[in-house]
Unconditional design. Structure first.
Length: 247
């Protein structure tokens, strides 16, 4: 059966905006479409793009960027019925982490994501709490590129919904194509974000597979990890109730 909606949403000024619905989850129930989106930064939305965004009925935006990123680039426009959350996902500055020749890149990325689980616990708990709340949906999660911070939040949410590691990793890897348009934009408008940092813009599925395996090795399960950071069983149940198709 063909998907009822397009996974990738076409905007002229947002390059990595997509729906994470349709994946098989717990008990054979699929993730609901048009309830949870992931994206790169939304500060460029205007004109026809803004109108198309508003037609999605989004109620909540989760902006995971740090304060200086929001100050430098701006944020999603304010609008009636749209709640803006900025739970800053703290992490080690990647530009300070060596990436010497011969580095196993997938392992390097997975290690960066594991750092999110430590330094970014507060933001992860807030983000998952918003996603779990049906009154906040539809929700868009975004950062600057929509790849790493966004990728980890979405991976945790999809895993809690029972989506397989393979599908979570495949969804993460879809960013690879979107990065071409985004990097072209950044080379013109923010070249310092690219130069010497090209390796940061890859999104190999193997990195996400390593990360998910590491969570289980270190914490027992995704459920146990999120419980440790304050996301309780009731919130997980609520997330499953409203983000999975009814039986």
């Amino acid at each position: 059966m063909a998907a009822p909606y397009s996974r990738n949403l076409s905007f002229s000024s947002v390059y990595n905006f997509r729906d994470v619905g349709g994946y098989a989850g717990l008990d054979g129930r699929s993730v609901r479409w048009r309830r949870l989106f992931r994206a790169d930064s939304l500060h460029r939305l205007a004109g026809d793009d803004w109108a198309a965004f508003r037609e999605l009925g989004v109620r909540s935006v989760l902006d995971l960027r740090r304060g200086f990123e929001v100050a430098q680039f701006g944020r999603v426009p304010e609008a009636e019925g749209l709640t803006y959350h900025n739970p800053v996902l703290r992490h080690v500055d990647w530009s300070e982490v060596p990436h010497p020749e011969g580095t196993v890149h997938e392992r390097w990325l997975a290690d960066r994501y594991l750092n999110f689980l430590v330094d970014g616990q507060e933001a992860l708990a807030i983000a998952l709490g918003v996603i779990a709340d049906p009154a906040q949906a539809p929700v868009v999660v975004h950062c600057l590129a929509g790849k790493d911070r966004t990728g980890v939040v979405v991976a945790l949410a999809l895993s809690l919904l029972g989506v397989s590691d393979e599908d979570v990793a495949a969804d993460y890897a879809l960013t690879e194509t979107a990065m071409n348009r985004l990097t072209e934009y950044l080379r013109v408008h923010n070249p310092e974000a690219i130069e010497g940092q090209e390796h940061i813009f890859d999104s190999p599925a193997a990195a996400m597979m390593l990360f998910l395996a590491d969570i289980r090795a270190e914490h027992g399960s995704v459920e146990k990890y999120v419980e440790q950071i304050g996301v309780g069983a009731e919130q997980v149940a609520a997330m499953r109730d409203h983000l999975l198709e009814r039986d």
